[in-house]
Design a protein around this ligand. Structure first.
Ligand SMILES: Nc1ncnc2c1ncn2[C@@H]1O[C@H](COP(=O)(O)OP(=O)(O)O)[C@@H](O)[C@H]1O
Ligand SMILES: [Mg+2]
Length: 270
């Protein structure tokens, strides 16, 4: 049996009285694009935050390549090759693009200037950033532009480029196209394909069913803090998947069956 790249069992995360994760399981297989879908509040963001060190779960186990891990913070996860584009804190607005690309991985000047005086090698960071951006076919006029002068879509582009450029192991993106127009969304989807084509698995949280069906090898359905189904898009219609997401249908022995008669009728599935 293939060992999942990233795996979780029984994750629990409470915020006061709210249970965001209620025993959530998760499996990411080598080389796949895994879509994570679910209604607002289903615990998608909490799940990937727990998996990537942004929150510490109250209970449960996480494994990376089969080995138990406990990430202290997102930087710790990044050291293990897991890069995440978070829904809320994508980039540092006051810094320029090149500095953002190297956030937490700054290059120092060679010799004593770098080792003793900790001086940043801005020129080399700009050159390297330009290389990464070109490789990823992201066109930006100037890498010395502060990120706050960019449009929402371009900022998202920088966050995605950074994740894609550094990830050795896993890329996680929480609703990367939610704020983007059609053209920019298309570029992000292309980047995800590039990442998959070089063999790095991707976790894509998305509300956009056409995107999910276009890209995902498998779908993780999150509902009320738990994984309620793992599906292949080729086995189900979009309407069926949405019905599973809302609880009108449930998956039993690989088949979608009516779980909530009223809800299923209301959407014409029963
Ligand atoms: N920092 C927080 N403090 C309090 N409640 C939170 C926090 N983050 C998430 N929640 C709550 O946890 C639940 C799951 O949220 P979230 O993981 O963001 O879901 P999703 O990403 O699927 O919309 C929601 O009820 C949300 O309000
Ligand atoms: Mg979310």
């Amino acid at each position: 049996m293939t060992t999942p790249v990233l795996q979780a069992r029984g994750l629990v995360k409470r915020y006061g009285h709210v249970t965001a994760l209620d025993g959530a399981d998760f499996d990411l297989m080598p080389g796949e694009v895994l879509a994570v879908i679910g209604d607002n509040g289903a615990g998608k963001t909490s799940l990937i935050k727990a998996l990537t060190g942004a929150v510490v779960p109250d209970a449960g186990e996480i494994r990376l390549d089969g080995e138990p891990v406990r990430f202290r913070d997102p930087l710790d996860a990044r050291r293990h090759g897991i890069e995440t584009v978070y829904q809320d804190l994508a980039v540092a607005a006051s810094l320029d693009i090149a500095t953002n690309m190297f956030l937490g991985r700054e290059l120092r000047k060679p010799g004593i200037l770098g080792t003793v005086f900790r001086m940043l090698d801005k020129k080399r960071m700009r050159e390297k950033s330009a290389e990464h951006m070109a490789e990823l076919k992201i066109g930006l006029r100037s890498l010395t532009q502060p990120v706050e002068s960019l449009s929402g879509g371009q900022r998202q582009g920088v966050a995605v480029a950074r994740a894609v450029a550094w990830a050795r192991h896993v890329v996680v993106m929480d609703e990367p196209t939610a704020a983007l127009g059609v053209k920019e969304s298309g570029q992000v989807l292309d980047l995800i394909r590039q990442v998959r084509d070089r063999g790095t698995p991707v976790v894509l949280i998305s509300h956009n069913m056409p995107h999910v069906f276009e890209l995902a090898d498998r779908i993780h359905v999150q509902r009320l803090g738990r994984r309620v189904a793992e599906l292949k898009p080729s086995d189900h219609s979009m309407a069926e998947v949405v019905a599973i997401m809302t609880g009108a249908l449930q998956v039993s022995e690989g088949k979608a069956v009516v779980a909530d008669e009223g809800a299923a009728k209301a959407i014409g599935l029963s």
